[in-house]
Write a protein that binds this ligand. Structure first.
Ligand code: GAP
Length: 459
């Protein structure tokens, strides 16, 4: 796709942002760096810089708050990345977690069959050079590793290919150690690893990435009800954190694209320059996981209803999304290059991030750095604010440039200390999106800002 074609994909009035702009901003301003860059990098693996880690933590915390802390029937765990190898036989990943690949006999490029246009599959033709394609081969995505020190006695296992497996492994322990009863859910945020054949599009498809999962355990007769419930709730959750609401949709999976564990699946999709792409999967996993782990481990994972004494294997509704995909989608959703206006003669790049997720909440700026009283007052306010939110102090360059620096990283508020402050203890608070400015007594600033950046999601 050319850049012009990509940009016309937009449904709304603003064009889609090319990924390259986000990659460049992320590197320039310290959100994301290529991993091992001084050695030439590793495809599909990234590091998060000072601002990236703040944004990522806010995204994670908001998910955890809205999924675990605000639901009485949901608890959380944090499982390990390495597990017993039998887990991945029971889960079906050793056998089924495969992509089908073809190579071009002429240009030697490699493609995933499910990513090829239908026409190229039909004609067995390379989409780049038109050369003949090989027969499809299966390629397992699990990353292998070894436990133990003595050569020959080391046990082969895997880095987890989907984070959620720990939840099934800990299901019985949670049931016995917490006072939960069906219906209930277990959440986890954690890393997953896949030897993706075609990693790419920045954070979209990586080899090491992070997932958030809810596994909700229900009586089979209530599966439909809870599936619909979580489907709607997750859709609303994503809608609540983006600006372009028209770029979110559901897409049901066709029978030939269902994962081996799912009887039914809907993707929450977001439209970017890459087209409509999966953001989160809502999977009807039924009894696949607990039945298979019962069978492979020999442990009975059935549930006994405390009132009716009915015994059954619980069915599972899974909502499984990506922290990194959320990170990328939020940046694509928030990025805007505004042309010069009456208010801002130079134009600006701005990240319209939801204030509660923005990496820096406020910047405190003395109007001039060579006036000691301005600097001292600004530093005092900054020290007060940084105890309750991420605050930056900045005195370098003129005030307009400092505002633009903060706009570019999505800081929702800038507080300026000027000469009037020294007379009446009031400050200017500038809001990022409207660039509107109000004057407030300085001692009211912490409470005013806290109210505007607090987590907000009606549950
Ligand atoms: N436990 C179910 C499961 O893993 P999935 O659809 O394969 O389902 C869930 O993955 C989510 O994880 C996706 O919706 C996506 O947000 C994220 N994800 C999957 N593969 C990814 C990759 N290679 N890089 C970044 N994120 C990925």
């Amino acid at each position: 796709m050319t850049q012009t074609e990509e940009q016309t994909l937009s449904t709304g009035d603003t064009p889609h942002v090319p990924i390259e702009k986000i990659v460049s901003l992320c590197k320039r301003r310290g959100f994301v760096y290529p991993n091992s860059e001084i050695y030439g990098g590793v495809s599909g693996i990234y590091d998060f810089g000072p601002l990236g880690v703040e944004l990522r933590n806010n995204i994670r915390r908001f998910w955890w708050w809205s999924m675990v802390q605000t639901n009485d029937n949901v608890v959380g765990i944090e499982g390990s990345i390495i597990t017993h190898p039998r887990v991945w036989e029971a889960s079906g990943h050793v056998e089924n977690f495969v992509d089908r690949l073809v190579d071009c006999k002429n240009c030697k490029r490699r493609f995933r069959v499910d990513h090829l246009p239908e026409e190229n599959i039909q004609q067995n033709k390379c989409p780049v050079c038109g050369g003949e394609l090989t027969e499809p081969r299966k390629f397992n995505l699990m990353m292998e590793t070894y436990i133990g020190v003595v050569e020959g006695e080391r046990m082969k296992t895997y880095l987890r290919g989907e984070a959620c497996q720990n939840i099934y492994l800990d299901y019985d322990n949670v049931l016995k150690s917490s006072r939960v009863q069906i219906p209930f859910g277990i959440c986890q945020i954690g890393k997953a690893f896949r030897n993706e054949v075609t990693p790419g599009n920045f954070l979209f498809r990586q080899r090491e990435f992070e997932q958030w999962d809810l596994q909700f355990f229900v009586h089979p007769s209530e599966m439909e009800k809870w599936y619909e419930y979580w489907k709607e709730r997750r859709f609303e959750w994503y809608k609540s954190i983006i600006n372009h609401k028209d770029r979110l949709r559901f897409r049901p999976h066709g029978p030939d694209e269902l994962a081996h564990y799912a009887k039914k699946a809907f993707d929450v999709e977001y439209q970017t320059v890459l087209g409509w792409q999966e953001w989160e999967g809502i999977h009807w996993r039924q009894d696949w996981d607990l039945s298979r782990h019962s069978e492979y481990s020999g442990q009975d994972l059935s549930y006994t209803d405390p009132e009716t004494r009915e015994r059954y294997i619980p069915w599972i509704v899974e909502t499984s999304g990506g922290v990194d995909r959320t990170f990328l989608n939020l940046l694509l959703d928030a990025y805007e290059e505004e042309p010069p206006t009456g208010k801002d003669k130079e134009g600006r790049t701005v990240l319209h991030l939801n204030p509660m997720l923005a990496p820096v909440k406020v910047a405190v700026l003395p109007l001039q750095k060579n006036k000691e009283e301005l600097v001292t007052t600004a530093k005092e306010l900054h020290h007060k604010l940084r105890r309750v939110m991420v605050s930056q102090y900045d005195e370098v360059s003129n005030i307009g440039r400092r505002y633009r620096r903060q706009d570019e990283i999505g800081t929702p508020f800038c507080v300026t200390i000027d000469f009037t402050t020294l007379e009446d203890q009031t400050v200017t608070v500038r809001e990022r999106d409207s660039m509107a400015q109000i004057r407030l007594p300085m001692n009211e600033v912490p409470a005013y800002l806290l109210e505007r950046v607090r987590w907000d999601y009606s549950v």
